[in-house]
Design a protein. Sequence first.
Length: 250
Amino acid sequence: MKNYLNLVIIALAIISLSLYGCKNNSTNPIIENIESAEDNALVEGEYSSIFEFVDDEGENSPLMSVGKNDEQNEIQTPNQELLPNCATRSIDTINRVITIDFGTTNCLCLDGMYRRGKIHAQFIGPYRQIGSKVIVSLDDYYVNDNKVTGTKTIERVMQYKWSIEVDSASVTTKNGTISWNSNRTVERIAGNSTPLNIWDDEYVYTGTAEGINRKGVEFSVSIDANYPLKKKVQIGCASTFVSGDRKSTR
């Protein structure tokens, strides 16, 4: 009887250790979803800012917007409202490329983010023309000391509506690297009548994205078309979405 009890105790101990081990090796799906949502928001927020930089330049450059070459200098200080004084822009009139250069040291931008490096935007066709495209690439580009990579293709499908595809995007942070791809539709719903004043612009975003979060967990995101993400370009809201509904899945 004593031997039987000893065997039972040993068996229970083994089962307990096994259960504890399984519990220890499992991952909390709630934490995973939170991390994925945070990582998606980080990449999505910066790529929406990149679109707004390019959109502002495209709308206000005579060469890029309608194909009229009124540009006088190859390198100019920013005359568009989104760029800070520590950034410059250069225009390659032959290849129709605008380069936004934040320098090699952190440049404080109007949305409170520190940026360095370059954004290259190649314009294919007059920007204001339906069917025109912009190919955006990043050159040693950092935001708040996080390295951002990827390629963005912007196509104007209506007067104030764009189809946007992001390929092979990544953000390298101190906690790991986030990978991201997306297909989005962006529409400007306010500020269309005042192209020289970007601070009354509002955009809505719909579409899908997929990626791998900082812990190596895959995720996908869809935006409810009935509740699109809305972004206001104004002081205090320039780097964040103010409303909308995302659904994130593992």
